[in-house]
Design a protein around this ligand. Structure first.
Ligand code: KG4
Ligand code: ZN
Length: 399
């Protein structure tokens, strides 16, 4: 990597229940010259805390982010060897503004003040933060933290769309861009979203289909709850389903689940009926024997996979996509990944499947730093005085 043209981007992600910070060094325009290196990467998951409620509690998430952001920043900079003690920056001139920015996050303010009294300004060029979509109280903590750091360190901010983060993350391979061509069809499947986004070129997004009710991840979480499994349910269902796949137990006819909207001539989804169908089976068979739970998990995973794969194939065909991205938490699902990869290959399909390593499929801050870098190249900075968190931010607006 040449060091004269590279940029250091600090990524911050707090849209849901992961508090994540990452520092990357990147170089080159979007294309074969692009390279990046992760200098530091830290993540604190609140999953165990929210597990007792069976889902994410926005205000609890907000408090956890306030508590964890400075420790995650410290860990990231430490790993990057960018944490320098010494003659600390004087921020007394900014104290009042800092108090205003973090007025609703007193714990974050306290921790940040302590941090600033100890450490020098790190060598970074830009702060990329998730501005939306997500849970408003959770998003605001990250946005306000970015504003505070931007003020103290005199560093520009980039507002990043979380869903673009999942897309750009999947375009990477070994610290560079994977080989693929546009148009790219992205199947985004997470806890809050299930949608198809078409990109004719990098940075352009058109929403071509979406769920009409629950998101795929939400359905995984709700069905897991019905089966008595902890939150987040995706990995637990997946584990049970994998167990059922190794046995010869067939799915009885009465346990067959619907494949909602699979044959409809559109690119929308609906997972709420699927969830209700599982509920009926569970209610009729309570208390559920362990073997039955595994068979239900397998049938449910199969139903979701059939719908996602079937619709994706049709969308590839309709839009002439050369690459398919599957991104978001549900794309960590091994079975769905294999099914999609296999089917695309079987069909002699020209579309290449791009997925990221499972540990980067769920929320993290690298996926925010990366699009942040490309926006920084174009100097698309946010105005910290007007930047807001937007829970309903939609990629479909960027055509
Ligand atoms: O993208 P993500 O980390 O957060 C959001 O932006 O929502 O996605 C979280 C969702 C949760 O609903 C979780 O159950 C699901 O992704 N998930 C999975 C798996 N791992 C996480 N769903 C199915 N199979 C998995 N292995
Ligand atoms: Zn996500």
């Amino acid at each position: 990597m040449r060091y004269n043209l590279c940029m250091r981007i600090l990524g911050i992600e707090t849209s849901c229940d992961e508090t994540a910070v990452c520092l990357i060094e990147a170089e080159g325009a979007f294309g074969p010259d692009f390279h990046f290196k992760i200098l530091g990467n830290a993540l604190s998951s609140q999953a165990a805390i929210h597990a007792q409620f069976g889902g994410v509690f926005p205000n609890l998430a907000k408090n956890e982010h306030s508590k964890n952001l400075v420790p995650m920043l410290t860990q990231t900079l430490d790993e990057a060897h960018a944490l320098e003690k010494g003659l600390t920056m004087s921020f007394s001139g900014h104290r009042k503004s800092l108090e205003e920015i973090l007025a609703r996050e007193p714990e974050l303010y306290e921790k940040l003040e302590e941090f600033l009294q100890k450490y020098e300004r790190p060598n970074i060029d830009c702060i990329a933060v998730t501005a939306g979509p997500g849970l408003a109280p959770a998003l605001w903590v990250g946005v306000n933290f970015a504003k505070a750091l931007s003020l103290i360190w005199d560093t520009p901010i980039i507002a990043v769309d979380h869903m673009e983060g999942h897309i750009v993350m999947s375009m990477m391979k070994d610290g560079a861009l994977a080989h693929f061509e546009f148009p790219v069809l992205s199947l985004l499947v997470s806890g809050g979203h299930t949608e198809f986004v078409l990109s004719e070129k990098f940075g352009r997004y058109k929403l071509v289909g979406r769920t009409r009710d629950d998101a795929a991840g939400e359905a995984f979480d709700k069905v897991a709850r019905m089966l008595g499994l902890p939150y987040p349910g995706g990995p637990h269902i997946s584990r049970l389903a994998a167990k059922a796949r190794t046995s010869s137990e067939v799915t009885p006819h009465w346990m067959k689940l619907p494949r909602p909207m699979l044959h409809e001539d559109n690119f929308d989804f609906s997972f709420s009926g699927l969830k209700t169908a599982v509920l009926r089976i569970v209610e009729a068979n309570t208390p559920l024997a362990d073997e039955m739970k595994t068979v239900i998990a397998r049938e449910f995973e199969d139903a979701v996979a059939d719908v996602l794969v079937g619709k994706t194939l049709r969308a590839v065909d309709t839009y002439g996509a050369n690459a398919v991205i599957m991104g978001g938490g549900v794309s960590a699902n091994t079975h769905i990944r294999h099914r999609l990869a296999e089917t695309l290959a079987e069909e002699g399909n020209i579309a290449k499947l791009l997925v990221c390593p499972p540990e980067f499929s769920t929320d993290n801050a690298l996926m925010i730093a990366l699009p942040g870098y490309f926006d920084a190249l174009k100097k698309e900075f946010a105005d910290p005085t007007t930047l807001v968190a937007n829970a309903d931010l939609s990629l479909g607006d960027r055509t």
